[in-house]
Design a protein around this ligand. Structure first.
Ligand SMILES: [Zn+2]
Length: 347
């Protein structure tokens, strides 16, 4: 008969200062007061993590649990039956590890770190990933849960026990998401965060840098600098072949520029209503490709219908057709988000 497994207990799941942080006046800390999280403290049987007394590169055995510290911000615990747990606390990738860990405790729900752990093989689809070391970088409640669900991660309250034999199901991230918002609402950043924990992403820019427009080039460069280096960028209006192909998740930014290109191609600015059947065939074809795709997809689009009625026929045409396009894509999406002032509402 084998000995029972040591208990895995999350005694504290907050940042080093806890959450709320003592004396912090921020809104996140005020909201977190209802369900406070103590400073990070993980019990693996008699061993406790993080173990700052353990030198980097060394290990010790505590009552049958082998604890190693492969990197300054990473601790690995190996149970007597061979099951392995990784605590990764910093934005720092521990050495590659195969096979994958049974459990990864992800410091501060860091999506970039999780993407790196997935690329290195340390995290596989069967790894239980639990967010710990949570801080006021997040907002508690629905917003944190939505962010974690997009990453395939869950959070547990202080005091929770982890069961290696019966891991709790993590809800699958929504496969198709439309992110709507006005100018400078933060919609692109929200869309990027949805996919930030993916090991690879194809970013589809629906506009190439414009010649002789330094302001536009600077905008494109800012967006590009914010994206992880591992993301591949395609600059194209031709979305249907990408949606039809297998591959890593797609982030399309943005559909309103795609529509501008389609209106150009269809001669809609000159032909007006005569061009509408051609435009709508293109929109319907895109919606059908969005419905049929097997990839995880996120599209960004502008929400322009709530301002004043545009003063020109072409402005009204664009507004009306964009509203129609957004509704068609939203109808074929598991999730639609509206970003207002950087905050996210689920539609
Ligand atoms: Zn705070």
């Amino acid at each position: 008969m084998t000995a029972p497994r040591p208990l895995l207990r999350l005694a504290g799941t907050g940042a080093p200062d806890g959450w709320p942080a003592p004396g912090c006046p921020c809104a996140s800390c005020a909201l977190a007061a209802a369900a406070p999280r103590l400073p990070l403290d993980v019990h693996v049987g008699a061993a406790r993590l993080p173990d700052h007394a353990l030198a980097v590169g060394s290990e010790r055995v505590v009552d049958g649990v082998r604890v190693a510290r492969p990197a300054p911000g990473a601790w690995e615990a190996t149970l007597p039956d061979g099951a392995r747990l990784l605590l990764a606390t910093a934005d720092e990738v521990p050495p590659a590890s195969r096979p994958a860990y049974e459990v990864v405790l992800l410091g501060d729900a860091d999506a970039g770190l999780l993407a790196a752990l997935r690329r290195s093989g340390a995290v596989s689809p069967s790894t239980q990933v639990v967010a710990v070391g949570l801080s006021h970088r997040h907002r508690p409640g629905d917003e944190l849960e939505r962010e974690l669900a997009a990453m395939g991660v869950r959070a547990l309250p202080d005091g929770a026990l982890l069961d290696l034999d019966a891991p709790a199901a993590v809800p699958a991230p929504p496969r198709r998401t439309l992110v709507l918002g006005g100018a400078r609402s933060g919609k692109s950043a929200v869309a990027e965060r949805l996919l930030a924990a993916e090991p690879a992403v194809t970013y589809v820019a629906t506009a190439a840098p414009r010649a002789d427009d330094p302001e536009w080039d600077a905008r494109v460069a800012t967006h590009r600098a914010r994206r992880p280096a591992e993301w591949r960028t395609e600059e194209t209006y031709d979305l249907e072949p990408l949606l039809a192909a297998d591959g890593p998740p797609l982030l399309v930014d943005c559909l309103s520029l795609w529509l501008t290109g389609v209106l150009d191609e269809c001669g809609a600015w000159d032909d007006g209503p005569d061009a509408l059947p051609r435009v709508r065939r293109r929109v319907d074809a895109l919606a059908a490709a969005w419905r049929g795709t097997s990839r995880r997809v996120v599209a960004v689009s502008s929400e322009v219908g709530s301002g004043v009625v545009p003063g020109t026929p072409s402005g009204r045409l664009f507004r009306d057709e964009l509203g129609r396009l957004n509704a068609a894509i939203a109808a074929e999406s598991e999730q639609a988000l509206h970003v207002v002032a950087g905050r996210v509402a689920c539609l």
